[in-house]
Design a protein around this ligand. Structure first.
Ligand code: FAD
Length: 497
C-alpha cells in the first residue's frame, strides 16, 4: 500500500465552483483529506449562474441532499428546458426540452417515422411527442416516485453558495476569509506550496483547486497554463445582469430570447427573476445594451444592472502541476445551454475518481485533461450550432455568425443531418440525440431525406401509432398540476410535529 502523500487540499475561491468542490470533497472523501477554502467577501463572486441541467439532480443525490430543503434554501424552481425565441428567424420559438422525443427503435430515431408522416401530410409538430416539452408549454410540473418528468432547477446562485458552504463546513471543511496577496511556489518544480494572505497567514497545501473565477489566480496568473480563445466561434463577450421582482407565476423553463447582437435570458426563481443581456461589444455598445435590457425587463428592479466581461474559450491545461482549475478559471463557453455548473460538478467528480492520494502522476493529469477537453469541445459545438444555423439577416452580428467557419466536427454533423436526418450522441458527450434533434430542427436545419424504415409501416398504422402517442402525452400533461401550485406545495415549510 503506497503512503498517502496528498492530504491537504486548498480551494482558492468561494463562488459556486469553490463551495461545490468543498461540499463534494468533504462529503465523499472527508476523513481522508484536510480541506480548506479561502475566499474574500470584498472581492465577491460573479453572482450569476442560475440555470442548471438535469445532471444537477444526480450530483445532489450523490451528496445526499434533500430536494425540498435544497429548493427552499436556494429559492429554486423546476426547469424542463429552454425556450429559444427569435433564433432561427425573428418570431420563431422552439423549446429545447430535457425530454425524449417519441419512441426510437434500434435502427434509428423516432423522428424518421415522424418525417415519413409529414411527407404524407400528417404527424403534427415533433414537440407533440415529448412529455417535457408539452408540460413546459402548458406550465405544468410534477415530480415524485419514478417521474414522470426529466428536469433541472433554476436557483439563486448566492443562496446556493451558502447552502453548499453549510454542508461543507458541517462535514469538516475549514474556511479562511481574506484576500490572497501572493502565491508561494516550489523552487524545484514551480508547484504551488502556499497561498499567502494579506494578513500574512500562509495557507499551505498539497493540492490546490483554483476556483478564483475569470482571474485564474493560480492556473493562469501563477502557472501560466495558457488560454485558447474561442471568440471567433462564440463572439459574445459581455453580459448585463439584473434582478427583478416576479410579475407572473414561475415558468418551468428558462427563456433565451435572441436580439440583434446576442440574446437575453429570463430565469424565474421563487422570490425574483434573474435577467441578463448577453452581447458582443463589437456590435452593441454597453449603453445600447443597458437601454435594450431596461426596455425589455418587467417588474421592479431589485439590484442595479451589473456588467460582466468575459472571453469564451478554455484553459490549455485544466490540471497543471498541483493545480486543478474548476469553474470560470477553467474556461467559459457562454451560458446559452446552462452548462457551467454541470462542468463544475463533473470536474470535481472526476477529480474524486482520479484523486492522487499517493502523489500526482502525469498519467492521471493527462487523463483528467483529456476528458475535460473532450467534453468541453462537444458542448462548444452544440452551442455554436445555435448561432451558425440561423436564417437571420437583420444585423451584422447575425451575418457574421451565420457565415463563420465552424469546427469540422460540427460542420460534419450538420451536413449529415441535412443530407439524411441522421443525428447521434458521440461517446462521452453530454447532449443526447434528442437535444441535437430539437435544436437542429428548431434552428431550421431541414433534412433533405430521412431513413426509409417509416415506409415499412402502412400509412394508416403509422398515423394510428402517432395519434396514440400524442394522445397519451396530452392526457398525462392534462393530469399534471400547474408548476407554480406544485412548487408552492413542494416548498412549503415542513410542519413540525
Ligand atoms: P466566481 O463566482 O467569480 O468566484 C470566484 C471566487 O474567488 C470568489 O469567492 C472570490 O472572492 C474568490 N477570489 C478571487 N480572487 C481572490 C483573491 N485574490 N483572494 C481571495 N479570494 C479570491 N452557469 C450555469 O450553469 N448556468 C447559468 O445560467 C449561467 N449563467 C451565466 C451567465 C453569465 C453572464 C456568466 C458570466 C456565467 C454564467 N454561468 C452560468 C457560469 C457560472 O456563473 C459559473 O460557472 C459559476 O458561478 C462559478 O463561478 P466561479 O465559482 O468559478 O467564480
Amino acid at each position: 500500500m503506497t503512503q498517502q502523500t496528498i492530504r491537504k487540499v486548498v480551494i482558492a475561491g468561494g463562488g459556486t465552483a469553490g463551495w461545490t468542490a468543498a461540499a463534494a470533497l468533504a462529503r465523499q472523501l472527508g476523513p481522508l483529506l484536510d480541506i480548506t477554502l479561502v475566499e474574500s467577501e470584498d472581492i465577491g463572486t460573479v453572482g450569476v449562474g442560475e440555470s442548471t441541467i438535469p445532471t444537477a439532480r444526480t450530483f445532489n443525490a450523490l451528496l445526499g441532499i434533500d430536494e425540498a430543503a435544497f429548493m427552499r434554501a436556494t429559492q429554486a424552481t423546476f426547469k424542463l428546458g429552454i425556450s429559444f425565441e427569435n433564433w432561427g428567424e425573428i418570431g420563431d420559438r422552439y423549446i429545447h426540452s430535457f425530454g425524449q422525443v417519441g419512441k426510437s427503435t434500434w435502427m434509428g430515431g423516432f423522428h424518421h417515422f415522424w418525417m415519413q408522416a409529414q411527407a404524407q401530410g400528417f404527424g403534427g409538430d415533433l414537440g407533440d411527442y415529448c412529455l417535457e416539452l408539452k408540460a413546459a408549454e402548458g406550465d405544468r410540473f410534477f415530480t415524485g416516485e419514478n417521474g414522470p418528468l426529466n428536469y433541472a432547477y433554476h436557483l439563486d446562485a448566492g443562496l446556493y453558495g451558502q447552502f453548499l458552504r453549510r454542508m461543507a463546513e458541517a462535514d469538516g471543511a475549514k474556511r479562511v476569509e481574506g484576500k490572497i496577496a501572493s502565491v508561494r511556489q516550489s523552487a524545484a518544480d514551480g508547484a504551488i506550496e502556499a497561498l499567502v494572505m494579506e494578513s500574512g497567514q500562509a495557507v499551505e497545501g498539497d493540492l490546490f483547486i483554483d476556483c478564483t473565477g475569470f482571474r485564474g489566480l493560480l492556473i493562469e496568473q501563477t502557472l501560466k497554463a495558457g488560454y485558447e480563445d474561442w471568440d471567433h466561434w462564440l463572439p459574445t463577450n459581455s453580459a448585463l445582469a439584473v434582478q427583478t421582482r416576479s410579475t407572473e407565476p414561475a415558468k418551468p423553463y428558462t427563456r433565451a430570447i435572441a436580439h440583434h447582437a446576442g440574446w437575453r435570458w429570463k430565469i424565474p426563481l421563487q422570490h425574483r427573476v434573474g435577467n441578463g443581456l448577453v452581447y458582443c461589444n463589437e456590435f452593441m455598445s454597453d449603453d445600447e445594451a443597458l437601454a435594450l435590457l431596461q426596455s425589455e425587463i418587467e417588474g421592479e428592479t431589485l439590484i442595479p444592472p451589473r456588467l460582466i466581461r468575459y472571453r469564451t474559450g478554455r484553459r490549455r491545461k485544466t490540471w497543471d502541476k498541483n493545480v486543478v482549475a474548476l469553474g470560470l478559471s477553467s474556461g467559459f463557453v457562454e451560458p446559452l445551454e446552462s452548462t457551467s455548473i454541470h462542468l463544475i460538478m463533473v470536474g470535481v467528480t472526476r477529480l474524486m475518481q482520479l484523486f492522487p492520494f499517493g502523489g500526482i502522476s502525469q498519467a492521471a493529469v493527462d487523463r483528467y485533461n483529456r476528458l475535460a477537453d473532450d467534453e468541453l469541445e462537444k458542448i462548444r459545438d452544440f452551442i455554436i450550432l445555435h448561432y451558425k444555423a440561423t436564417e437571420r439577416t437583420d444585423s451584422p452580428f447575425w451575418d457574421r455568425v451565420r457565415e463563420m467557419q465552424i469546427p469540422d466536427s460540427l460542420a460534419q454533423r450538420i451536413e449529415l443531418f441535412r443530407e439524411s436526418a441522421q443525428v447521434y450522441q458521440a461517446p462521452g458527450e453530454l447532449f443526447q440525440v434528442d437535444s441535437w434533434l430539437q435544436v437542429l430542427l428548431g434552428q431550421r436545419v431541414q433534412p433533405e431525406s430521412f431513413h426509409a424504415m417509416g415506409r415499412l409501416m402502412p400509412p394508416q398504422q403509422l398515423k394510428q401509432a402517432l395519434d396514440d402517442l400524442k394522445r397519451n402525452i396530452a392526457a398525462t400533461v392534462s393530469r399534471l398540476p400547474q408548476h407554480q401550485a406544485f412548487l408552492d406545495a413542494y416548498c412549503a415549510p415542513p410542519v413540525s410535529k
